[in-house]
Write a protein that binds this ligand. Sequence first.
Ligand SMILES: NC(=O)c1ccc[n+]([C@@H]2O[C@H](COP(=O)([O-])OP(=O)(O)OC[C@H]3O[C@@H](n4cnc5c(N)ncnc54)[C@H](OP(=O)(O)O)[C@@H]3O)[C@@H](O)[C@H]2O)c1
Length: 259
Amino acid sequence: MRIGVIGAGRLGGTLAAWCAESGHDVAVTSRHPERVRELVDRMNWRMRVMPVPQAASFSDMVIFAPNWASAKEAVDLTLGAIQGKVVIDATNPADAVPGAPGPGGLAGMPGSFSGAVLAADEDLGASTKSPAVMAAAVTGPPNEAADRLLARAGGKSGLETLIEWAPEAHWVKAFNTMPAEVLTRRRGHDPLLAEFVCTDQPDAREAASQIIRELGFAPFYAGGAKAARLTETGGPLQSREVDVQDATDALAEALTALR
Ligand SMILES: NC(=O)c1ccc[n+]([C@@H]2O[C@H](COP(=O)([O-])OP(=O)(O)OC[C@H]3O[C@@H](n4cnc5c(N)ncnc54)[C@H](OP(=O)(O)O)[C@@H]3O)[C@@H](O)[C@H]2O)c1
């Protein structure tokens, strides 16, 4: 498959290298090609550097990993070229690297996760950890109860913002919860690290899950585009280093916190 990585920095460069090592043809973007020269040379003919619009056109699938402050500018450069394509969004709106001291998460932002917590109501209740809810979290449709609570709290996830900016693409949130160093350490090791996946689009979810598996992680479905807030900076799934077994509990705890 042809994979375009928009923003080949600490995270994007790491993912790009693994995609190339897995046998994909990879295009990375940089406004400063000399910064990715060593990476591109190391990957030989499996990787090349391109401007953002060309990389988007070249790709069957896109991994989106620029700084959030540049996300709108980067998205605008892809418009028309990502029509109907799966785009994996690895950004965090507050731009913090998971686990590192950062801008303090989403607490002060409109529609913050703490706002969701304040929107307590009876919707989830004691059934949050029921086998049915858990089964839906792993394999089923978007978690509608969680989406309703998040909608009531106002605001939106970074993923929803990207969908607004470029509704033509099939957006999936993934690879945003753990530092690249942790991904590197855990990659392919048993038990596989759970990679939280959020999307409203089942086909895109399957395509992204396939790549996640190929790169050595276990995709774990956490909900729709609204639920991406659970995984973004300040959300309860950010920096949760868990395998699939513990991811079930982590998601249940995150949903309980919405009550
Ligand atoms: N680092 C991690 O471990 C990690 C983990 C999970 C999530 N994330 C998230 O991933 C995102 C990137 O983080 P990072 O640490 O990888 O940042 P980084 O090392 O600073 O890399 C950012 C990349 O964004 C590109 N970029 C900046 N402005 C751009 C523009 N206008 N158009 C296109 N590309 C542009 C840069 O390319 P140029 O060469 O052109 O400047 C660079 O390759 C953040 O939202 C962060 O929260 C990071």
